[in-house]
Ligand binder design. Structure first.
Ligand code: GLA
Length: 386
């Protein structure tokens, strides 16, 4: 914190006035269900993005990220809020400012801002939603805007969809903006109805394992999966009066899946429907203290993402399969968009060291490079620190 403050002074020539934090998120279950109008069950984590800020009295915005120091200070004016490839990471905060302005929030002046984050980029832990919601909380605080965290999350999603060009759902921004320490959020993405669910892990911890295989959402098959689901939905809508795959029970889906004319699209829709039901079951199991059942559902989620949705790949499958073999593992699955990134594992505390050692060594042998492991604590959403 002090080092970053000094860096700010060195770069921008004056003391910063505010310090802010936004977490990353890990999704426990409910993958690729958000844009299908289903349920998700994410939580905010204690890895995230920090920012030191100072408001200016002109229209200039100056942004610097300690994670991309080679790109230096990125500057633009408040009336130049357009996507610029050369501005790289700064397009995320820039896009959020643009969405705030377009939504009618008054941003009268520019500001200087220094970012630093400890979420690995492109690892499926929402580094982009983190910087987006961090920008949101900075704008709210600097300009005394009256905006609630859900409205902020919706503007973050709009930034991804319209400014960055990724057709993502609401899960990441919602979890980052609305996170609560010790709780996961059961969110119905159809209605945005949500409830906080205590995550009681007396003898277990959440271990995130990073394949270190990066993926870029924009160039991944993410948008393709989304389009496949939309097509399957349209085929079902020829008979069923539904607005989203998330509205379907397993029985209704099974009775009507023949309407979906391609085998591939049938599997995509099957995942969306079954995963949604699995998420509800998992939350119920957790609330009843049945961790074993919760873990089984996590494993089933991975298998469905591997076989029906096809968004895993060798690295994620290897990490999950290795985890399933270890003693003390309650459940393990890929988390986030997939195609690389991380798995989430619930592991007995007294087995964590063995877990990391065994899975780490076998992964290195099988894949040829190392995985990383982090213990995740469930944290609060985006907030003002100073
Ligand atoms: C990414 C997207 C989310 C969600 C997940 C998959 O994280 O940003 O909206 O679709 O993938 O569950």
């Amino acid at each position: 914190m002090e080092q970053l403050k000094q860096k700010f002074q060195q770069l921008f020539g004056s003391e910063p006035t505010g310090y802010y934090f936004a977490p990353g998120r890990v999704n426990l279950i409910g993958e690729h269900t958000d844009y299908n109008g289903g349920n998700v069950f994410p939580c905010a984590i204690d890895k995230g993005t920090y920012a030191w800020v100072r408001v200016r009295d002109d229209q200039q915005l100056r942004m610097y990220s300690e994670n991309f120091s080679e790109l230096g200070i990125i500057s633009f004016q408040l009336n130049e809020l357009t996507y610029d490839k050369a501005h790289d990471w700064a397009n995320y905060p820039k896009g959020v400012i643009k969405m705030f302005v377009e939504a009618g929030y008054a941003i009268p002046t520019g500001f200087d801002i220094l970012f630093w984050g400890n979420i690995p980029n492109g690892a499926g832990l929402s580094s982009s939603a983190s910087i987006e919601m961090l920008t949101g909380i900075v704008l709210k605080d600097l300009f005394k805007l009256s905006i609630d965290p859900i409205a902020m999350a919706l503007l973050g999603k709009k930034t991804e969809n319209l400014f960055i060009g990724v057709n993502s759902g609401i899960m990441d921004q919602f979890a980052v903006a609305m996170g609560k320490a010790g709780h996961a959020i059961l969110l119905d993405c159809n209605t945005l109805h949500y409830e906080y669910a205590p995550v009681a892990l007396p003898d277990e911890v959440i271990v995130i394992a990073n394949t270190n295989k990066r993926r870029g959402l924009a160039d991944s098959k993410y948008n393709e999966r989304r389009a496949e689901c939309e097509e399957a939905l349209a085929e079902l809508q020829t008979v069923l009066p539904i607005k989203a795959l998330g509205e379907l029970s397993i029985d209704t889906f099974e009775a009507h899946k023949h309407l979906i004319k391609s085998e591939v699209r049938q599997r995509r829709a099957k995942h969306a429907v079954y995963e949604n039901q699995r998420t509800l079951k998992a939350q119920k199991a957790l609330s009843e203290g049945n961790l074993t059942e919760f873990g089984k559902l996590m494993n089933q989620s991975h298998i469905s993402l591997r076989d029906d949705y096809e968004v895993t790949g060798k690295e994620l499958d290897t990490l999950a399969a290795l985890a399933w073999e270890q003693e003390g593992v309650i459940g393990a699955r890929m988390t986030g968009a997939g195609f690389g990134g991380c798995t989430v594992n619930i592991v007995k505390k007294n087995k964590v060291d063995d877990f990391i050692k065994n899975v780490g060594a076998a992964y290195q042998k099988e894949i040829g490079y190392a995985a990383d492991f982090y213990i995740a604590n469930i944290s609060d959403g985006a907030k003002v620190l100073i």
